[in-house]
Structure formats: C-alpha cells, structure tokens
Design a binder for this molecule. Structure first.
Ligand code: SF4
Ligand code: SF4
Length: 405
C-alpha cells in the first residue's frame, strides 16, 4: 500500500518564484511559505495533484504536511492505486459561444452612463475637471453639444430593462440641458434605477425646481469638487430641502487637510461617498492613505472557490459598465479607447468581440494579466483593478510592491 497525500479540491493553489499560496475556500484559512524548504517542496511536488509519501522528507516538510492535514488543506490516503486523489475545479468557459448570437447588446450591459451635455459655466481647476471623471463618477466639461432627448430614447430602446440596472445621467451641468425635463419624464417611466449627477456649484434657487420633476426610483448625487465649509454645505442643503428622492453626497479629497474639513460635516449625519483624487502633486498623500497594506489586503471576507475563479477571469468592478458621451462616442471605460460612435457604428460587434476574445477589454482586465500583480502571491485577496489604476497606468495599488504611482 502506498501513502498518498493530496490537496482537497476546495483548496486553491498558486505558485510564484518566491512564494506560494494555499487557500482553503471552506475555512478561509491561507498559508504562504514559511521557509525555503516549503517553497522547494511545493515547486517540486505540491503543484501536482497528489504526491506519494516516501520516507525522504525532512522534519520541516513532515511538519508542513501535518499542518496541511490538520487544517483540512489536504489528506493522506492509503491506496494501491496512485490515482486515488481528487481534482480541483477549473474554469472551462464562461459562456457558450453559440448563445451570444441569441443575445442583444443589453444582455451584457448592466450600468450605462450617459453624458447628456458637456457645458458648464463654472470653473474648477482645469486639471481636476479634465481628469476627475476618469477616476470616479463626476461631471466634466466636454465639447459643447447635447445628446438630444430623442437620441437618448433611441439608445435606450436597444436595452432590455431586465439586464440594465443603472442609468447614470451626467454631464457638464445637466440642469442646463435644453431638454432636461423631457429626458427626466421619459426616464421616470423607465424601470432601471436612475442616478443624476449635479455639481453643487451648478445648483441655484432658479434651477432647483427642475429637480422636482425627477421621479421615484432615482437618486440625486450632489458633487463637491472640494470639501465645503459647514456654512457652505448648509446653504446647499437648504436649497435641496424639499427634494423627495434620495440624496447622496460625493466629496473629493486631495490632501490630509481635507480629512479635518470632512470632520466638520459630521454634524449633518450624511450618507456620502468620499473619493480620493490623484494628481501629480499628492503622491505621498495617496500612498499613505489610499494604497492598501498587506493587513488590509488579507482582511477580506472568506472567498469561495467560485469567487476566486471569477476574480481570476473577470474584472467584477468594471464588468458590464459602459459610457456614452454627448458627442455619441461609446466607451467600455473612459480610460480606454473608444469603441465606436452610436448611430454611426455597429456597437454590438465590438462588444461581442470583447466577450468572445476576452483579453481585449477592461471587463477582462484582472490582476493575473498585469504586472506586477500577475507574479504576486496576494492577488486573489486584492480588489479588482479600478479606474484609479487605469488612470495612473500602474496596477499595484498597494504598499507591497515598489514603484507605485
Ligand atoms: S462643476 Fe464639474 S463640469 Fe463644471 S468645472 Fe467643475 S468639475 Fe468641471
Ligand atoms: S502587487 Fe498587485 S496583486 Fe500584489 S498586493 Fe499589490 S495590488 Fe495586490
């Protein structure tokens, strides 16, 4: 009888030059190398599905095997047949290619952002206005054209509300759109949730009544390019006090002093988003306050095997998100190349192409295809690649691998 050690099928394994990971997807326990003997053993034997336990392993490796056995990573079985082990699951294919042709564009898109105009008469720092919207959902000045109400109606007629979950209406100043009310009335009867983005600078007693036409199943997101004082914030709040739809406040932080300013707003008991803004002058602030350290990376909730496979295959943060600008340019992401122009190009084919040849679009941009993450043993613990990383063109949003931002 031979003694066979095998890893359980629910244990995810990953091996890199200088380390390895074993992740028990039932218990959430993980194990990296503790010494070079373990790494050598892993590289030589453990990458296989099973090993025959002979007597030649030293004490370090015997302890390692016992640890794995006692913590339910693996098991020892006696067998005459070496092949009495269990296989780990593997991803075969996400979709059946045949099915694609029975689907419509909307089956792949769950979140559609439409910049209905690009006009705004206010001024934020040009570098902010031109780059913030590529890092997080925000207004921006674009060329001075409007996407007309009929065009928006046409675009949305291609979508099945069953799959489209969010419609984000953004712009320069959307309240200045010549057909704002028509767009709102049309969208009020449209099932997906609507999010309207308005910079507080563009709100006034003269135009706030336009917001009253926005129906339920909508949310108003009030943007602040910088943190307001409590009296400035109070004035904006007064303007919006009769609004009946949910309000969400979005503040942008750029430096340490913004943390203190945001503390002054705590008295208002707000439901808010806080977005760090990356620019060429605040690298040390971003490194200190935004980049993840190892403790934060490893403290995520337990991952199932399915979640690990999905994480390795799809970017779950960017998947299904698309953007149409007021000049009709169509993007999967505002940091990547445009896919085409609506009403001129067939948008369906490029999307289908991305779904079939996955590697070409940000929807498939995962940490195991970019440097340095693809050689990093912590990658299954990290959040998906975000707009910040696409914008900075650096994929190590952590304090672990050097040469950041
Ligand atoms: S309010 Fe928005 S669109 Fe207007 S200048 Fe500021 S960032 Fe740009
Ligand atoms: S290098 Fe990439 S995968 Fe590794 S910890 Fe940093 S962000 Fe995560």
């Amino acid at each position: 009888m031979k003694k066979i050690f095998y890893l359980e099928p629910y244990v995810y394994k990953q091996i890199e030059d200088d380390n390895f990971l074993l992740y028990n997807s039932l218990t959430g326990k993980y194990r990296f190398k503790k010494n070079e003997d373990e790494l050598f053993f892993f590289k030589k034997f453990l990458h296989k599905d099973y090993i025959v336990l002979d007597n030649f392993f030293n004490q370090t490796i015997s302890d390692f095997i016992n640890y794995l056995k006692n913590n339910f990573f693996g098991e020892i079985r006696e067998s005459v047949e070496e092949k009495h082990y269990q296989h780990s699951p593997n991803i075969v294919t996400a979709f059946d290619e045949e099915d694609y042709h029975n689907k419509s564009l909307s089956d792949f898109i769950s979140d559609l952002t439409i910049y209905i105009n690009g006009e705004c008469t206010k001024s934020c720092a040009c570098s902010f206005c031109k780059t913030a919207y590529k890092q997080f959902p925000f207004c921006t000045k674009l060329e001075n054209t409007e996407l007309k109400y009929k065009e928006i109606e046409d675009i949305l007629s291609n979508f099945h509300p069953k799959y489209l979950l969010n419609i984000n209406i953004n712009g320069g100043n959307i309240l200045n759109h010549s057909e704002f009310e028509s767009i709102v009335y049309f969208l009020n009867n449209y099932i997906p949730k609507k999010n309207y983005y308005i910079n507080n600078k563009n709100l006034s007693f003269e135009n706030v009544n336009k917001i009253h036409s926005i129906g339920s199943n909508s949310q108003l997101i009030i943007l602040f390019s910088s943190i307001p004082s409590s009296s400035e914030f109070h004035n904006v709040k007064i303007l919006l006090e009769n609004i009946n739809i949910p309000l969400k406040w979005t503040f942008v932080i750029k430096s340490e002093k913004d943390f203190k300013l945001i503390d002054n707003l705590k008295i208002f008991d707000l439901d808010y988003n806080l977005y760090p803004f990356i620019n060429s002058k605040n690298k040390s602030f971003i490194k200190k306050n935004v980049l993840l350290n190892l403790k934060e990376i490893l403290s995520i909730p337990k991952l199932s095997y399915k979640q690990i496979l999905e994480k390795n295959q799809f970017n779950l943060l960017l998947w299904g998100k698309t953007y149409i600008l007021n000049n009709k340019d169509f993007y999967l992401n505002l940091n990547s190349v445009k896919l085409g122009t609506v009403f001129i190009d067939n948008i369906y084919d490029p999307i289908l192409n991305i779904i079939i040849n996955g590697h070409k679009g940000v929807w498939y941009l995962t940490r195991n295809v970019v440097l340095p993450c693809k050689h990093c043993v912590y990658r299954i613990f990290c959040p998906p690649i975000s707009n910040y990383e696409l914008f900075s063109k650096k994929y190590n949003f952590c304090n672990i691998k050097k040469k950041l931002l």
